[in-house]
Design a protein around this ligand. Structure first.
Ligand code: DGL
Length: 266
């Protein structure tokens, strides 16, 4: 039987839009509901318990809105909350992780840098990922405090953003990386500045497209076929909706009117 449904996507803020655009490309007929938890950004400096609680609340909201599949479009929230979300919600929940395996495979010299939040890098999930996929590769990690906030402000190419990128990539370059993983969903919006700073022969690896394909596979396998023609995208924030509408319109590439989350979810 055909049914309607929606894909619920959340992030600590606007970064998950870098994943949402891949989801729209792969599943153009789906209804998309996106929550930017910008009232609580950055997750990268918060405790696991805090992020887990926010992730549960936002997933409840997305379920209420009709989502029958969830994408945690945030590496930090995935590391902190995916296990408990999957134990509580019996729908497809797609998580993200820094693309260690593809980066190690793609690297010519086996030296790979990871830019991510301190929360992601300190997580047990990231340690397990390295254990499983680093192989003979040399993985050099770099936390990037402050970078998420620059994207939230819409400062994608300011002098300060560029200075932060220089600060965080210099140690990776000094160790000889030829591949850099963008291990936070905010960073693809900085990819052109990062590429400019690190030089063109260093490959930047992002997981957004792979996550969208994974979502598509899970939906085909686990959810009934949809009524087509439901395509739409709805945007919510726990932050200021005027600011969010401005920034998210730029990042999404078309004008969007972002709604504030209901009080119970703030
Ligand atoms: N986009 C989130 C991620 O992928 C950013 C986390 C944060 O808010 O610090 O990790």
């Amino acid at each position: 039987m055909q049914k309607t449904g929606a894909i619920g996507v959340f992030d600590s803020g606007v970064g998950g839009l870098s994943v949402l655009r891949h989801i729209r490309d792969v599943l153009p007929n789906e209804k998309l509901i996106y929550v930017a938890d910008s009232g609580h950004v950055p997750y990268g400096e918060k405790s696991r318990e805090y992020i887990e609680a926010r992730s549960h609340l936002l997933t409840h909201f997305l379920r209420q809105q009709g989502a029958d599949a969830i994408v945690i479009a945030c590496n930090t929230a995935s590391a902190a909350a995916v296990t408990s979300l999957r134990s509580q919600f019996s729908i497809p929940i797609i998580a993200m992780e820094p693309a260690v395996k593809p980066a190690v495979t793609a690297s010519r010299n086996g030296i790979v840098g990871v830019l991510a939040t301190t929360g992601t890098l300190a997580s047990a999930r990231f340690a397990a990922l390295l254990e499983r996929y680093a192989g003979d590769g040399e993985i050099i990690t770099q936390g990037c405090p402050g970078l998420v906030e620059q994207v939230e402000k819409g400062e994608l190419n300011s002098a300060y953003t560029r200075a932060l990128i220089e600060k965080y990539t210099t140690p990776l370059l000094a160790r000889g990386v030829d591949t850099i993983i963008l291990g936070c969903t905010h960073y693809p919006f900085l990819a052109s500045v990062i590429a400019d700073v690190v030089s063109s022969n260093i490959a930047l690896v992002d997981t957004g497209a792979a996550v969208a394909r994974q979502l598509q596979k899970r939906m085909q396998a686990e959810l009934p076929a949809r009524v087509s023609g439901m395509a739409a995208a709805h945007f919510f924030t726990s932050g200021d909706e005027v600011h969010a509408s401005r920034i998210m319109s730029i990042l999404w590439g078309e004008n969007v009117a972002v709604q504030r989350l209901p009080q119970a979810f703030l």
